[in-house]
Every structure is written in C-alpha cells, then in structure tokens.
Ligand binder design. Structure first.
Ligand code: AMP
Length: 425
C-alpha cells in the first residue's frame, strides 16, 4: 500500500532567512517603506534601497564599507556562466561555486527597471521575500543574494538541471510515464503548496512550466514572482494573477478576496494536464476561459456557488451546463483510478469555499491506493538529460516550446495521449 504524502514538516523544512546569520544589527534599516532586507541587499545606490556614498555620514560609510565587503565576498563565491533562460524581470544564468566547478547554481540576475521605485520590479521583491522565508524540499532554495557592479540584484538559486514538468508532459514521443509517476509528481507539488499555505503564502502562478526538476528527480515549485502573503484576510488583492489556463473562476469573475483555493484550482489543472498530456482548459481569452470552464466543468450559478452572481465580472454563456458528475471524468482521466478522479474533481469544485484544501488533498485516499508513487530516483526524465552541460543547452529553448517549434504556437494544440500505465513501477 502507498503511504500518504502528508508527513510532518521534513527536517529540512523551515521558515527563516538563509541569510539571517549574515545580518548585522548596525546596518541602518530603510525608512522609505522598502522591505527590510538582509545585509547583502542593503547596499548603496538607487537599485538596492541604500543611499549614494556621498550622502553617508562617516559612521554610515564605515558600515557601508563592511556591507560592500560582505557583498563582494558573496559575489566572489560564484562564477557566472552561460544564459539558461529569460523571465519577465530576470535573466537566469548557469553558475558554479568558485572553489568547486562541480557545484552548480542558477544565478537569476534581476533587471533594474527605472520605472519602479528603487529600480526593483515588485515581482523581484516578492520572489526574494518569499524564497527567503520558505524552506522545503519541494520549493526552490535561495542560496544567496548579491548585487553586481551595475546595481543589478542577483539571486543565487539551487540549479535544477532536468527542465520542468511541462517539457516532460509535452515530449510525448520520448517521455513515457504512468499513474505511479503522476502520483509522485502530484505528491511533491501538493506538499509544496500545502507548505506555502501553511505559512500564509499564496503562489498565484502554479503551472507545469514553474515546476522545475532537480538532478535527483525531485520537483520544486519555482517562480515566486506573483506570490503574496495572505495573513490579513480583510485586505483586497488583485484578481489579475495566475496564467489564464490555470486561473480559477473566482479570479476570472474579478474576486478581490480569495484564499489558497486559487492555487488548488491550478494544482487540479496540472493534475489533469499530467494525465491528458495537453492542457485541459486552454482558453485563448478570459471570455473563452470562462466558456471552457462552463462547458467542461459546469456553469457557476447561485445554486452551486451562493453569491457568485454578485462578483463584479460575473458573466457566463446563456446555455447553463449542470456540473458534470464523476462518471463524466472517468473516460478521460480514468487512468489515475476512481480515487484519483475523485481527488481531481474536488480540486476543480467551482465554489472556492467548497474546494478541497491542500492539506485535505494530502489526506485523500488516492495516496493510499495502488500504484505507489514512483521513487524520485526512478521517475522518468527528459530524454538526453543528465549532464549539466546538456541540461543547460536544453534549457536554452523557450519554456513551453515543443522541440522544433520556434514560435511556441503549438502550446495549446492537442497532443496525442500517450500514457504508459501498464509499466510496472
Ligand atoms: P524564471 O524567470 O524563474 O521563469 O526563469 C526563466 C527560465 O530560466 C526558466 O524557464 C528556466 O528555463 C530557467 N531557470 C530558472 N531557474 C532555474 C534554476 N534554478 N535552474 C535551472 N534553470 C532555471
């Protein structure tokens, strides 16, 4: 029998700053509302919340000397190599420890953007803030932070050489996987999301492309650029988060108060996509996204979701589709068994208040039914993966692109379903 992945916090999970030990109490804190960042970030210059040297009184410039020295030391520990990828606010490079060329890291160099106060995009601040606080085997680790000469901020992250879950899902010709593999990946994802929610953090951009794979096969939730804390339930939040295909109906209807249920919906859609090997709800616009939800899951109405019609942007197609029962999902998703389908439909409940939570997901029966989750070292890997060199070359391609496609247009097209559920694991 498989065991529930709900385990006590792993021994290496903690919520504290990896940089704490480097904080020195003499460093002046920012008075302009800039988040109080650990030492390597409190550096002079417009980009980093510090002040130009000429404005410093002598003690402060002395403090800054120490800060600069520590920053230099931190920076010198790493050698930056080739570019691995590009995000909206950062370029990511392969790097290694200066004293050990085999100790790889990913260096995420945040572009200074003049339009933002202090030159830092809010996404970068969010990513830094949350990664400093969340330590879990299934969440990407922040190893260090330093600023470079040009005032750019560099996040040193653990290097995850085996691509992301999207690459595996899309590579139908070369990557075969079965129900035990899906269960292992889903367990790792669900534990990461549970850990975030347990620490009052919403990720708000869960999708296969943000689930990177470590050399040991472990899946790591990455890209915390849209994350935020939700400790204060009264505060309004933006509805404009989560990549459209993975965005829940409450956000599509403009809800400004929401919960971890938004991430759970995305987790459900990653689950569906792992089984189908194609996105389940690939809407080309918000209107089409809502139409797809109504058609394939059911139309949100006052009956199944009290209060939904009061949401600011509530509009649904006039043909009301009743919520589909479990049997309707069995044909398409039956490969993960009846319990797997039960879990899937609980993540895709329209009313966020009735949707399963990440914790409840981990207590679901599916984890205890056969097949067992595959051991991480036995999980399928992207073909040809292995060496850091090869991985770096592979990572150069744009995320989400299929091999041989330069423009990524085929992202949402139907991919033949190729599951290998017979494989003994
Ligand atoms: P991001 O801005 O986090 O979306 O990163 C952009 C791209 O860089 C990703 O799609 C990956 O291809 C690559 N990347 C980001 N972080 C890492 C990492 N820790 N290890 C390896 N590649 C990474």
């Amino acid at each position: 029998m498989a065991v529930s992945p709900l385990i006590a916090y792993p021994t290496d999970a903690r919520v504290s700053s990896p940089l704490k030990q480097r904080q020195v109490s003499t460093v002046p804190s920012s008075s302009n509302g800039t988040p109080s960042l650990p030492l390597p970030l409190l550096l002079p210059g417009p980009g980093l919340g510090g002040r130009p040297m000429h404005q410093m009184v002598p003690q402060q410039s002395h403090t800054l000397d120490i800060v600069e020295q520590m920053n230099e030391e931190e920076k010198r520990k790493y050698v930056k190599g080739k570019k691995l990828g590009e995000g909206t606010y950062a370029n990511v490079y392969l790097g290694h420890a200066r004293n050990n060329p085999n100790e790889f890291v990913a260096i995420k160099k945040i572009k200074v953007q003049k339009e933002y106060k202090d030159g830092l995009a809010p996404d970068a601040v969010r990513e830094l803030k949350h990664l400093q606080e969340l330590h879990h085997p299934n969440i990407i680790s922040l190893i260090s932070v330093f600023s470079s000469k040009d005032q750019n901020l560099n996040l040193v992250l653990e290097y995850l050489p085996l691509g992301d879950l999207e690459m595996l899902i899309r590579d139908v010709d070369r990557v075969r996987y079965g129900a035990g593999d899906i269960k292992a990946w889903m367990g790792m994802l669900t534990r990461a999301v549970w850990f975030c929610h347990d620490n009052f953090v919403l990720h708000r951009d869960i999708k296969p492309n943000n689930l990177l794979i470590a050399a040991n096969g472990e899946v790591k939730l990455a890209d915390f650029g849209l994350a935020r804390s939700f400790a204060d339930p009264g505060r309004k939040m933006t509805a404009n988060v989560i990549t459209r295909w993975y965005r829940p109906p409450e956000l599509l209807f403009g809800a400004r108060h929401y919960s971890g249920a938004v991430d759970v919906w995305s987790v459900g859609l990653v689950f569906a996509e792992l089984v189908m090997r194609a996105p389940f709800l690939p809407g080309n616009s918000e209107v089409e996204q809502i139409a797809l939800i109504c058609k394939l899951i059911g139309t949100p109405t006052e009956e199944n979701w009290p209060g939904v019609t009061q949401l600011k942007e509530y509009t649904v197609p006039s043909d009301i589709v009743p919520v589909w029962p479990k049997e309707a999902y069995m044909g398409r998703f039956g490969a993960v068994g009846s319990e797997g389908v039960d879990l899937l439909i609980r993540t895709l409940v329209l009313d966020p208040k009735k949707r399963i939570t990440a914790r409840e997901m981990l207590e679901h029966k599916w984890w205890r039914t056969d097949p067992k989750p595959t051991r991480k070292e036995d999980l399928p890997r992207k073909s040809g993966g292995g060496s850091a060199e090869k991985a770096a070359a592979d990572l150069k391609r744009r995320p989400g692109m299929l091999d041989g496609d330069e423009n990524g247009n085929n992202r949402g097209t139907k991919v033949a379903r190729k599951l290998d559920f017979g494989a003994a694991k």
